[in-house]
Design a binder for this molecule. Structure first.
Ligand code: PLP
Length: 846
């Protein structure tokens, strides 16, 4: 036996002892109490918020040199204390297994800040404000001290965060499982118009919300190889040996429901080296090797991959995926064993694993491995469990975003997992062969393994095969999945496929981020809308109520003032709140077509400079968002936006009519200022490419009007609000598909004076006088018959829709009525509605 394999045995026995001690953990419905356990009813009632805050400050060594950051830390710790009792009670209840529990597995949780949300949900905002008066500091000042938990790229990660809030608010037993990245989404700076990425050290001042819960530690194996052996009963076993084990340490963050006493957990795993690992190296005298090995282990959770809607196949990323999946599953299984013993026959009755895209799809073979290798279940029994627990959410139709991993990488890093995937595939292909007898090409097409010089594992197929539910995130997207990408699977298993249109939480995205509008709404409707956003339809009764309209406009003006201050501070551009605020913030991606927006800005600029301002509505255009560091075209679009902004803002002829800024470092906290202060929301993706969008919903909730294409959830928003209250333009998804074969941008450029003018100005180098040729790739993309985003095709209808929006804005009564109608129907896009759908149609959880 080698040193490393002994090391492996050691870690096994350790994880077993962890399991044993769990049986008596305080989570168990304790008949036997663990040492140190104090029954809840024996506790002193916890201190009130002011008492807890005073105590935090009293027992602070540095109380004589207190800055806002220290005050924030003390406040956050005091608020966390307020929810500890409910947090414990929620956990004790779950340990009874009286109802289904959901594990939401996601590589991303874009949580943003926690303080304001916690105060709101615990109904402590007013008390806190009052308390802080005694300390001569504003709540807002302290809130701004909190670093965003930016553990996600964009929509997918923010969806996970909104879902966490809704699950807790609906009282569901849902645990979020994710990774505690040391560095979250990079901070974006703009230097000479170019994006520069800065590391996001969000933990530099500590994280007062988290609790390190090392009693839940598990070890995750990597590398090694697989051996066969036969036990005393003649049963064959596969053993994964000589592995390099990494310790997964649990960090728990509380997720309080909205005023309902429920507190769920977001459990984030941090990778650390195991003691055994260090010791083995140390005994060989390689002290420095041991330390280096430690770094290797800890690298796994060091940084979030900054790619949105595109996979990049890096080995470390696969390690993150397996690390999260294995740690989370071991956690679920050890908790089950501690409370229910080794009988897994009811495991699937009490668990659902919701996979947020294919990123955690490796949980499928990992759960098989744990049940078979660690708990000695037979294949069929294990598969029954796995295939009744797993549910998969697809987030994209873009082929470049579909995850595929080289088989070679699995063979080396996860050899036992690869064996299991092969076995799953073999059994599944038998079913395919049975369904389509003799259809060999179908077998190749549907196989989990993509053959070729470099064979790959298709993670989406693995997820579909194992899941009892496969859902898309908006009606159009779910339909396109069944008719396109997953058509074969839909033929085989139609019952698996369903739609759950995304949503956003109205607590953060209306009540917390827009207190002025929230107060106005509550003054007429009361507070029920906070837990049932459909109540907002009652606002439709106020669309011609003069005092209400005036109040609505005042709120919008104040929010625009706040947004203007953000823009002034970050972009040194002066936005005038009397002008229309036209905003597009989201990840920079070709399919989202920020370029189309910039082209329209160039068109307006040309009109103004040529003196054609008759009937023009003055507007301030804001674009913000991050580009993946390796995405050259997206980065060039940022550069173009900044160069155009420079020309627009420096020209005194233009500034009465048009101002244009690129907002650096778009994140959750920025969006909390942006969406309340926006008049016009840009949702202009190429139809059929944006799965759902959720930014669109945040703007709608806050009374912005949308200019948009028939894509993603825009379609459902339009359905709710009607064409009179939405600026629709562009090709639909079918037309985009049909045009592909004979798309001719030159034709559109020749037939539109506006588009022709924009192209001429771009090509003249007007926006890059000192940087010749830098925008050539952008010009070439627009003029290419292969342009998948079809900018030229949609430009003219976009321009006309913009004219309509401008005209509507010039009639304030009409615009405000439209704005109220948008908020009024936004209730359908509350993530509470979405989660109720998951609960009733997928999870079967109450
Ligand atoms: C809501 C949100 C997104 C998603 O925006 P889309 O317009 O749907 O792409 C991305 N990033 C942040 C910070 C968000 O708050």
């Amino acid at each position: 036996m080698t040193d490393t394999s002994r090391n492996r045995v050691k870690s096994r026995s350790k994880s077993q002892s962890t399991t044993a001690s769990k049986a008596a953990s305080p989570i168990a419905p304790a008949t036997q109490q663990a040492p140190g356990h104090l029954a809840h009813q024996d506790c002193e009632p916890c201190d009130s918020l002011p008492a807890a805050f005073a105590r935090q400050l009293r027992y602070d060594l540095n109380r004589n040199e207190r800055r806002p950051q220290e005050l924030y830390q003390a406040l956050a710790l005091s608020v966390k204390e307020q929810l500890l009792d409910d947090w414990c009670a929620s956990r004790s209840q779950d340990a009874l297994y009286q109802r289904k529990q959901v594990a939401y597995l996601s590589l991303e949780f874009l949580m943003g800040r926690s303080l304001g949300n916690a105060l709101l949900n615990l109904d402590l905002t007013d008390e806190c404000r009052e308390m802080l008066q005694g300390y001569a500091v504003a709540l807002e000042t302290l809130q701004q001290q909190e670093h965003d938990a930016g553990l996600g790229n964009g929509g997918l990660g923010r969806l996970a965060a909104c879902f966490m809030d809704s699950c807790a608010s609906l009282g569901l037993a849902v645990t979020g499982y994710g990774i505690r990245y040391e560095y979250g989404m990079f901070a974006q700076q703009i230097v000479d118009g170019y994006q520069q990425e800065q590391p996001d050290r969000w933990l530099r001042d500590g994280n007062p919300w988290e609790v390190r819960a090392s009693q839940h530690n598990v070890t995750v194996p990597f590398f090694g190889h697989v051996q066969s052996h036969v036990d005393r009963d003649g049963r064959r076993h596969r053993a994964w040996v000589d592995t390099q084990d990494v310790l997964a340490v649990a960090y728990d963050m509380p997720v309080p429901g909205y005023r309902n006493g429920r507190v769920n957990t977001l459990r984030l795993w941090k990778a650390e080296a195991t003691d055994e690992f260090d010791l083995a190296e140390f005994n060989q005298g390689d002290y420095t090797e041991a330390v280096a090995a430690k770094n290797l282990a800890e690298q796994i959770t060091m940084v979030l991959y900054p790619n949105d809607s595109s996979e990049n196949g890096k080995e470390l990323r696969l390690r993150q995926q397996y690390f999260l999946s294995s740690a989370s599953l071991q956690d679920l299984l050890t908790t089950w064993v501690a409370n229910k013993g080794l009988d897994f026959s009811e495991f699937a009755k009490f668990h659902v694993l919701q996979l947020n895209d294919t990123h955690p799809a490796i949980a499928v073979p990992e759960l098989m491995r744990l049940l078979i290798d660690e708990y000695q279940l037979e294949w069929q029994a294990a598969w029954e469990i796995v295939s009744h627990c797993m549910a998969y959410t697809n987030h994209t139709l873009l082929p470049e975003a579909l995850e595929r991993w080289p088989v070679r990488m699995f063979a080396q890093m996860l050899p036992r997992i690869l064996e299991i995937i092969y076995e799953i595939n073999a059994r599944y292909l038998e079913l395919v062969a049975h369904h389509w007898p003799g259809d060999v090409s179908r077998l190749r097409q549907m196989s989990i393994i993509e053959e070729g010089d470099e064979p790959h594992i298709r993670m989406a197929y693995l997820a579909i095969v194992a899941s009892f539910s496969v859902n898309g995130v908006a009606a159009l997207h779910s339909r396109l999945l069944t008719t396109g990408l997953f058509r074969d699977f839909y033929e085989l298993w139609p019952h698996k496929f369903n739609n759950r249109t995304n949503g956003v939480t109205p607590r953060r995205w209306l009540a917390h981020c827009n207190p002025r509008l929230a107060a106005l709404i509550s003054s007429r409707l009361g507070q029920d809308w906070l837990s049932d956003l459909r109540c907002l339809t009652a606002l439709n009764a106020f669309t011609s109520d003069k005092p209400f309209i005036a109040a609505w406009r005042e709120v919008k003006q104040a929010n625009k003032q706040a947004l203007a201050e953000l823009v002034a501070q970050r972009c040194q551009v002066n936005f005038d709140p009397s002008m229309m605020f036209d905003v597009q913030v989201k990840r920079i991606h070709e399919y989202k077509r920020q370029l189309l927006n910039i082209m329209h800005v160039i068109h307006l600029y040309q009109r103004i400079v040529s003196g054609d301002t008759r009937g023009m509505q003055p507007r301030c255009v804001l674009i913000g968002g991050k580009a993946a560091p390796g995405y050259a075209m997206a980065k060039l679009v940022i550069k173009l936006a900044n160069n155009v902004a420079h020309m627009v803002n420096e020209d005194p002829r233009v500034s009465p009519w048009l101002r244009f800024a690129f907002l650096p470092d778009y994140n959750v906290s920025a969006m909390e200022v942006i969406c309340p202060g926006t008049d016009l929301s840009e949702q202009i993706s190429t139809a059929g490419k944006e799965a759902s969008g959720t930014g669109n919903m945040k703007f709608m909730m806050n009374g912005a009007l949308t200019i948009g294409t028939l894509d993603g959830a825009n379609i459902e928003m339009l359905e709710e609000v009607g064409e009179d209250n939405f600026f629709l333009f562009g090709l639909n998804a079918l037309a985009v598909e049909e045009l592909k074969a004979h798309y001719c941008p030159a034709q559109y450029i020749a037939s539109s004076a506006a588009l022709g003018g924009v192209m001429t100005l771009l090509k003249s180098g007007h926006f890059n006088l000192l940087e010749p040729g830098i925008f050539d790739p952008i010009i070439a993309a627009i003029e290419s018959p292969q342009d998948p985003w079809m900018l030229a095709a949609d430009f003219e209808t976009y321009r006309l829709a913009q004219l309509q929006a401008a005209k509507a804005y010039q009639d304030p009564l009409r615009w405000t009525a439209m704005s109220i109608r948008n908020t009024a129907v936004s209730g359908r896009f509350s993530s509470d509605v979405t989660i109720a759908g998951y609960r009733d149609h997928i999870w079967g959880a109450q």
